[in-house]
Design a protein around this ligand. Structure first.
Ligand SMILES: NC(=O)C1=CN([C@@H]2O[C@H](COP(=O)(O)OP(=O)(O)OC[C@H]3O[C@@H](n4cnc5c(N)ncnc54)[C@H](OP(=O)(O)O)[C@@H]3O)[C@@H](O)[C@H]2O)C=CC1
Ligand SMILES: CC(=O)C(=O)O
Ligand SMILES: [Mg+2]
Length: 751
């Protein structure tokens, strides 16, 4: 798996834009009219206040409590970076909050408490209990974290869960169950060495012991070495509980003949010599963040038989609590749990382990750009597995119900599973799918406009993110100056720059172009000008000669003009079946609008062709296409001469035996709204449309831009489809990210 490359500047820019930090708060009720105001606030708000005061459990009905979790830290053990203080921990806590939302649709807010005093900390958290449905404690160092969690659990009536302890323990247990399964060893027989006797370490070893690991087979070590019976230095009661009778004094001693190494300590704590001394088929979970105790490369260099996991997303086998806390809380919140108990944790671990052993569906493989099969490099589900949301919380909720932790049991588990599926935003997995496919394709993408700083930044990002090779068309000195002015001087040697006038292939390109255009009024001088001076034509020629795999252009000139130039080299016109399809992503929905680029005023045959290309793009994005032909009338009313072609287009498709749903003509609300569709029971659409074929390019442009400007929708495209080679034409207003997205579409051959 390629390592994701980013610079310190990338990390800072990510956190600074579009606004400082990683999330904002949004209202879920209308706040427009005087009436809204009187209901949301005084006087209407008094009614739920009184109800809750009389019956506290109704807070789950009238407030956001039931789906709100606080991520609370004092910053004393921020990842493996040590004590960075409360404020220094805020980026991590904001990060956990957005992970809650992204993976389990749990609303979450970060709270950083500026105290290392256990009493002050506990008081603050306890007092804010009414606000939340659960408390996720994070990055608080041991041993204070044990006291804090224990006390808050006793004092509060909502789940209090220290993620570094139990989240880590649950994922570690899930991964270990599967790793042992693969190496044919049993938990009760294996010799386990744990390095790091803090929050994560103590919880991991305790859970593994509960699951069958034998006390005398487990050696725990910390900065002072092995925790043996009788040791006095650097001890506390939680460490003492795991002290064993042993002659081993150092980690090195302990690792000899060990079957399992678990690291929740610090970067580089393990050497290759230690790994070499382990038993046959060793298992190493080097979980320190952001850098592991030993890298998988280093471990496997000396022990190719090792199964290795880390806490990072850029290696196989990510054993990270991100796989646990979102789903544990989802399940706990949905039963209005009083606590997250051991049974709920074990159910979570077992459900995760079981999921990894199952066949990975194609949609997951597509999202990862590779087939994942249970084995040494896939012992635990990947964090973006869309099955997690409907497989893990039900297991947690059921265990909570079975053990009396539920205040409100779930009656219909099947309906619950369905409701969990509906929580997830499908657009995220689509974007991820494009990313992963581009990464797997490793395409050489030519960026035609090397004289534009946005394009250069996108090209650098494309290559540095490991998607493949970026080639820019431009003059070396100009590109160098531009990169330097963007603070990307170090990218000068990385990116290949091709100067059209100087390339060795110019004569070949010119003769190819002359052959195509000699009977269209172009003479030799025109051909030279086009091939050597026009970067759109030149870049197209590179693509036509397989000197690149994909092309991105259009950021500096109007799309229609660029398309005309590309047509000198490729058959990318309406007559040849080219179509522009734009993806509009908004509020968890995605619709494709076509034709947004090529056909000015399509007739019914063109419209059928546009539908076919639109459906093709939908399928390549993992959607089941449902095409609607749009108009301002629905099934013949009101009658209009201009709209009639939209009702003829389905007739054209009827004769073509296509394999997707289509219907029309209809207005856009009927197309998109299941309720509105009920008025037309004869309609062949089985649900809201996701491909909208519009009557003309002007209506396409108006719809897309209106959504973008008024609703703030994310727009990807127009995706040029129906052309032999992957070419994408960006709108001139594109940002760096838009251009990068277009490059990824081209690279992954969507369209
Ligand atoms: N992958 C994942 O999901 C997770 C990973 N982690 C990682 O685990 C690590 C520990 O986190 P946490 O338990 O919260 O922190 P704590 O501060 O509570 O505990 C750290 C423990 O590690 C020990 N330690 C530190 N450096 C070394 C070293 N070089 N050799 C041996 N022992 C060492 C400390 O020893 P002593 O007691 O002597 O000070 C202490 O016992 C961090 O790197 C963190 O990122 C944590 C949670 C989840
Ligand atoms: C993953 C995590 O919680 C940590 O490293 O602290
Ligand atoms: Mg943590």
């Amino acid at each position: 798996m390629a390592k994701t490359k980013y610079t310190r500047e990338d990390a800072l820019t990510f956190h600074m834009h579009p606004t400082p930090g990683k999330f904002e708060v949004q209202a879920t009720v209308p706040m427009t009219t005087q009436r809204d105001l009187s209901l949301a606030y005084s006087p209407g708000v008094a009614v739920p206040c009184e109800e809750i005061a009389a019956a506290p459990e109704t807070a789950y009905d009238y407030t956001n409590k039931g789906n709100l979790v606080a991520v609370i830290s004092n910053g004393t053990a921020v990842l493996g970076l040590g004590n960075l203080g409360a404020l220094g921990s805020k980026p991590v806590m904001e990060g956990k909050a957005v992970l809650f939302k992204r993976f389990a649709d749990v609303n979450s807010i970060d709270i950083e408490l500026d105290t290392e005093d256990v009493d002050a900390f506990c008081n603050a958290v306890r007092l804010m209990g009414p606000t939340f449905g659960g408390i996720n404690l994070e990055d608080i160092k041991a041993p204070e974290c044990f006291i804090i969690e224990q006390r808050l659990k006793e004092e509060m009536d909502i789940p209090v869960f220290h993620d570094d302890q139990h989240g880590t323990a649950v994922i570690c247990a899930a991964g270990l169950l599967n790793a042992l399964h693969l190496s044919g060893k049993k938990i009760e027989d294996v010799k386990i060495v744990l390095n790091g006797a803090g929050a994560a370490g103590i919880a991991c070893i305790e859970l593994l012991k509960r699951m069958g690991a034998r006390h005398e087979n487990c050696i725990v070590a910390d900065t002072k070495g092995v925790i043996y019976q009788g040791r006095t230095e650097g001890m506390n009661q939680w460490k003492s509980a795991h002290a064993v009778k042993t002659d081993a004094r150092t980690l090195e001693d302990a690792m000899k003949d060990a079957d399992v190494f678990l690291g929740v300590s610090a970067k580089g704590a393990v050497t290759q010599a230690m790994v070499e001394s382990m038993a046959k088929d060793p298992i190493l979970f080097a979980m320190a963040n952001p850098d592991p105790e030993i890298t998988p490369e280093d471990a496997q260099a000396v022990r190719p038989d090792a199964i290795v996991a880390t806490g990072r997303s850029d290696y196989p086998n990510q054993v990270n609590n991100v796989l646990g806390f979102p789903y544990l809380f989802r399940g706990a919140l949905d039963i209005h749990a009083r606590a997250i108990n051991d049974e709920m944790k074990i159910a979570c671990a077992e459900a995760l382990a079981e999921l990894a052993r199952e066949d990975v569906p194609d949609e997951v493989a597509m999202a990862y750009g590779q087939k994942l099969t249970f084995g040494r490099d896939y012992i635990i589900p990947t964090p973006f597995d869309p099955r997690l949301i409907y497989r893990i919380p039900p297991a947690v909720a059921k265990a909570g119900m079975d053990t009396g932790a539920a205040r409100r049991p779930i009656i219909d588990m099947e309906a619950y599973r369905e409701s969990l599926k509906a929580r997830m935003d499908p657009t995220a997995s689509i974007l991820r799918g494009i990313n992963a496919r581009a990464r797997a394709a490793q395409s050489r993408v030519v960026f035609a406009e090397g004289d534009d700083n946005r394009v250069l930044r996108a090209a650098v990002a494309y290559q540095r993110n490991g998607f493949g090779k970026a080639v820019v068309v431009g003059r070396d000195q100009d590109v160098e100056a531009r990169l330097k002015s963007e603070g990307l001087g170090d990218a000068v040697g990385e990116i290949e720059v091709i100067n059209a006038a100087k390339t060795e292939h110019l004569e070949t390109y010119k003769s190819f172009l002359y052959n195509r255009l000699q009977r269209s009024g172009f003479d030799a001088a025109d051909i030279h000008r086009l091939a050597a001076r026009d970067r759109h034509v030149f870049a197209s020629l590179m693509l036509a000669h397989d000197h690149a795999d994909a092309l991105v252009t259009g950021a500096t000139r109007k799309s229609a003009h660029v398309l005309k130039l590309i047509n000198h080299v490729f058959d990318a016109s309406a007559e040849h079946g080219a179509v522009g399809v734009t993806a509009v992503l908004h509020k968890g929905r995605i619709v494709l609008i076509a034709d947004t680029l090529v056909h000015e005023w399509p007739d019914e045959n063109d419209l059928a062709q546009i539908a076919i290309q639109g459906a093709k793009v939908a399928k390549s994005l993992g959607l089941e296409p449902r095409v609607a032909f749009l108009s301002f009338s629905t099934f013949g009313y009101p009658v209009s001469e201009r709209a009639v072609k939209m009702s003829w287009a389905p007739d054209v498709l009827d004769k073509m035996n296509v394999d997707f749903e289509y219907e029309g003509e209809m207005t856009v609300d009927v197309a998109l709204n299941a309720k509105a569709q009920e008025a037309y029971p004869f309609s062949r659409l089985t649900g809201p449309a996701n491909v909208l074929v519009v009557p003309a390019r002007h209506s396409a442009s108006i719809s897309v831009k209106l959504m973008q400007e008024m609703a703030g929708a994310t727009v990807i495209g127009p995706i040029l489809t129906g052309v032999d080679r992957p070419i994408q034409i960006c709108p001139t207003v594109s940002s760096v990210n838009d251009i990068l997205n277009m490059a990824l579409l081209a690279a992954s051959k969507v369209g």
